[in-house]
Design a protein around this ligand. Structure first.
Ligand SMILES: Nc1ncnc2c1ncn2[C@@H]1O[C@H](COP(=O)(O)OP(=O)(O)OP(=O)(O)O)[C@@H](O)[C@H]1O
Ligand SMILES: [Mg+2]
Length: 318
């Protein structure tokens, strides 16, 4: 089922000689429950696209449909209400209200809508994001990573149909970023919520998204499964964007240990889980200085053995 749909979306900033064609005919469809990452060079129109998708700004021409509704046919006030109910935004700069506590910040968008957040749902979100102890704190008493989590919790508080995120983890250190990425994956898998993520970080896009949309100059250059963009780039730009040199390592991020492990073999020792990516397995091989690793399933039952060579084999067949 289609949840988000744009047709020939155009956005021109300014006019005459100085006009900027930020979006130049973007037609995009997102299915319910999909995790889509929008990547591209700086200035390629990613943020502009996200703003249009969320009805934060009106296009010069073209349409955006959310859940079948042509959102720009709505008057400003109706659009604001629609947006609050259907869409959660997470921006890079957390946009928290400094004088409100974490609890108040999270509840704010729902309360603006004259409602109260569902207590049980909210408790779950807050626990998932590790914020239970911080509910009464003010934003400036939190670390950057914690503030970003509040931003995510706030976006989820209204239980929105669609979550739009613009470089949400860009300002965080790699460890915190990794932890929050895992949280997002978990939330996505648990809730099946539709997510559109704009990111500069190709590895983040590869690790999280079902589908990549690559933009350049206000247009979509190519979209598809990550492995398609990596292995079947339509243009030299696409190939260069994903960087030839690290292609092998990037492909590893797409394979799972469970797919590559040899069934019927077993080995004593600390096992890795089948759901790890091959890339994570690679770092295990390196840190443990071994060329074979036992693999268990989610219930910690033996599944097989991953050989170092299987990483390469996987890469060739991808
Ligand atoms: N409010 C605005 N007024 C005028 N021009 C704008 C405005 N917002 C964006 N632009 C221009 O539109 C183009 C696309 O901008 P956009 O912010 O969508 O790019 P982006 O892909 O998000 O870039 P980045 O990766 O740097 O965030 C750029 O050339 C930008 O300068
Ligand atoms: Mg941007």
């Amino acid at each position: 089922m289609t949840i988000l749909e744009t047709k020939e979306l155009r956005k021109v900033y300014g006019d005459g000689e100085t006009a900027v064609h930020a979006l130049d005919g973007v037609t995009l469809t997102v299915e319910k429950g999909e995790f889509v990452a929008v990547v591209g060079t700086s200035g390629s129109g990613k943020s502009t696209l996200l703003h249009m998708l969320g009805g934060l700004d009106r296009p010069t021409s073209g349409t955006v449909r959310i859940d079948g509704k042509d959102i720009f046919s709505l008057k400003d006030e109706a659009l604001t209400i629609f947006r609050r109910r259907k869409i959660g935004f997470v921006f890079q700069n957390f946009n928290l209200v400094p004088v409100l506590s974490v609890r108040e910040n999270i509840a704010l968008p729902v309360q603006l809508d004259g409602r109260e957040p569902d207590a049980a749902f909210l408790k779950g979100v807050v626990e998932t994001l590790g914020l239970s102890e911080k509910l009464e704190s003010l934003p400036d008493q939190l670390s950057g990573g914690q503030q970003q989590r509040v931003g995510v919790a706030r976006a989820l508080a209204a239980d929105p149909e669609v979550l739009l995120m613009d470089e949400p983890f860009g300002a965080l250190d790699p460890v915190t970023r990794g932890a929050l990425q895992q949280e997002m994956l978990r939330i996505h898998r648990l809730s099946g919520r539709t997510i559109v993520l704009v990111t500069h970080d190709i590895d983040e896009a590869l690790a999280l998204a079902d589908r990549l949309v690559l933009m350049d100059g206000g247009e979509i250059v190519q979209q598809g499964k990550p492995v398609e963009l990596l292995t079947q780039p339509k243009t030299p730009f696409v190939r260069d964007f994903f960087g030839r040199s690290e292609l092998g390592v990037r492909l590893l991020a797409l394979g799972q240990v469970g797919m590559a492990a040899r069934r019927g073999e077993w080995l004593e020792g600390e096992a890795i889980v089948a759901s790890l990516t091959l890339r994570e397995a690679l770092s295990q091989f390196i840190s443990r200085q071994t060329d074979k690793l036992p693999v268990v399933d989610e219930r910690q039952q033996p599944l097989g053995v991953l050989h170092f060579a299987d990483l390469l084999r996987q890469r060739e067949v991808s």
